[in-house]
Design a protein around this ligand. Sequence first.
Ligand SMILES: [Zn+2]
Length: 299
Amino acid sequence: MIQDIYPKIYHNEYHDLTPGKDDCILIFHKNKVLVRFQENKLRYPTLQELEVHTRQPSLPNSSKAGKTIFHYLFSIDERKYFLAYPDDTALILQEAPPVVLPGYAYEDVRIFRTAGSRHTSFAGITAHHLFGWYQTNRFCGRCGHPMSADRKERMLFCPKCHNMVYPRISPAVIVGILNGDRILMSKYAGRAYANYALIAGFVEIGENVEQTVKREVMEEVGLKVKNIRYYKSQPWAFSGSLLMGFFCDLDGSDQITLDTSELAEAGWFGRDEISLTDDSVSLTREMIMRFKHGKEVSL
Ligand SMILES: [Zn+2]
């Protein structure tokens, strides 16, 4: 899966650091990221490259100066990653990206699904998740005062009313529903992702994840399930979520009632009818492959 970057090690502990000249700088503009491909490998600019090539006064060489904010994100092995964005609402909202760098281009963050260089892609999509959190919490949601970054942990606080905001992660479930030697697969309605997937949905306030599994299955395909068993989890920054995968068994009728606002189609598939191959990216695909190869979790 996308987070499996072994033998590289992802270091998520927060530190109050400022970028050095060789550190990677992640610059996003909406759903695009500033990258270049070097020998088919994804690369991010270093601070030094930005300082040499960029003429904009918004890129300083210190942690917070002028109109750019830098946040330390994480490290992978010894490599440190920082986020940079302008502290200026007009620049953030404008159509053109605020930073242009020779040799680099803005690519849609969906390239992280297919870019190949695994740890670099994982760094990029995780950084994009944090970027969304930092950018949507520049002001206090309670009193409107500008937020400050805490120095000890990854947290934003309001100096005026003491509101504290931690990174937002939305828990969600993925459900492999088994019916004897068949599994239920579905296709989303109105989404760019066109392959078969499993039933999925966000956990709502006031329910545990097993209840989410039952509710989502009933809402989306009108089926009852039993024997719910946990499989694995996955950070899925594309939707800002933590995915929790479950297998379960059909309980009662196999008659599907489709929620057409969510799904374009859904049906039961035998192992030989699954033409998908492992993409080594998503938990959904890993679960489908596990079923296809007869290795689904059973009680
Ligand atoms: Zn406040």
